[in-house]
Design a protein around this ligand. Structure first.
Ligand code: FE
Length: 346
């Protein structure tokens, strides 16, 4: 019954959109896949074209912020045409899963390509590229051994010296979630309070703004996702490039096991009308070629170790990565949120 409704709704949608692209008899439009994506890089378009060339499956793309796409899928309910949901950050994928919008899949290809800790254990979602949440620092003021562990960032040494964005950033929620998972609530809570005490200014702007604030002398250390620094270092903007030439990137360790790692990833939508195509698209994203493409264009690290990378990512790709499962810290998000709010991390 539901399935039938889906097909009718989808056929209607396709007709309305005027993009059936094939025979009018083809009510289920089997050679399509509907991608709901929070990634909106121009460079991704080349990737989608390659998928269509390889498989003959056309990608219909709906773009939006992760929370907007989640709200949209919720309101569409069982009639949602969404096949695949793609976004940055395990925390956002977890939100989609919690809202009942994803379904587990079994794919030997994905299992073979993607390390276990980057996959949600039941198969609801997985990452195809990695980003570390780490620090950029001014080496004229800070020694590398002062930023080699997340715990040190909350010490009095850095009073008034830390720049970091607000607590509604999912990147920060995921980081604090990882600290809770590794250390337990008490130590994580003390860390959050220590960071609030060490802030050079109330949180403002994005990660790049924190890096620029270090360069401007507002603070000594910025908490940032690795790709923001690496994109600045790749030289699109001369002033940003000059900053990263002077500042350094450090990969603090969590529990002695390496830096906190997050992902860009995706999963199959709960009511996917083109489930097989959805799995094919996700397998395509997991391929070495796709990982290399995304890494090269957004300076993320591939999920798989065997994927070649280009400068400036190549200089950092062998960093020590904490092997914590992405679902473990993602699920700590509500605890992280209330801990940060209570500490006054605005
Ligand atoms: Fe980002």
């Amino acid at each position: 019954m539901n399935k039938k409704l889906n097909m009718v709704a989808l056929a209607g949608l396709v007709l309305l959109a005027g993009c059936s692209g094939g025979s009018g008899d083809d009510k289920t439009a089997p050679n399509e896949v509907n991608l709901y994506t929070a990634r909106h890089y121009d460079s991704d378009k080349a990737l989608y074209e390659r998928f269509t060339e390889q498989t003959g499956i056309k990608i219909n793309r709906i773009e939006g912020k992760a929370d907007e796409l989640i709200a949209r899928m919720k309101s569409e309910g069982a009639n949602s045409p969404a096949d695949v949901f793609i976004t940055a950050d395990a925390g956002a994928l977890w939100r989609g899963e919690q809202a009942g919008l994803l379904q587990p899949i079994e794919s030997e290809t994905i299992k073979a390509r993607i390390p276990e800790n980057l996959r949600e254990p039941k198969g609801n979602w997985f990452g195809f590229t990695r980003r570390a949440r780490i620090v950029a620092y001014d080496p004229a003021k800070v020694k590398p051994e002062e930023v080699d562990d997340y715990a040190k960032l909350a010490e009095p040494r850095f009073k008034g010296k830390i720049c970091v964005r607000s607590s509604d950033s999912i990147y920060n929620l995921s980081l604090v979630g990882a600290l809770i998972e590794e250390w337990g609530k008490e130590k994580a809570d003390a860390w959050v309070k220590g960071i609030v005490a060490n802030m050079a200014r109330p949180p403002e702007g994005g990660d790049r703004d924190q890096i620029r604030a270090v360069a401007a002398g507002v603070c000594e250390v910025a908490i940032t996702n690795s790709y923001y620094y690496l994109r600045m270092a790749s030289g699109e903007d001369a002033a940003d490039k000059a900053m990263t030439d002077r500042l350094k990137l450090a990969f603090p360790s969590l529990g002695g096991k390496g830096a906190h790692v997050n992902i860009s990833g995706g999963g199959v939508a709960k009511h996917a009308p083109h489930r097989e195509n959805a799995i094919k698209l996700l397998e395509f994203f997991a391929s070495a070629d796709s990982q290399a493409h995304i890494s090269a264009n957004n300076s993320e690290f591939p999920a798989s170790k065997d994927v070649p990378v280009v400068a400036p990512v190549d200089a950092y790709v062998d960093f020590k990565a904490n092997p914590m499962n992405v679902a473990a810290f993602a699920a700590r998000q509500p605890e992280a949120q209330s801990m940060m709010s209570a500490a006054g991390w605005r």
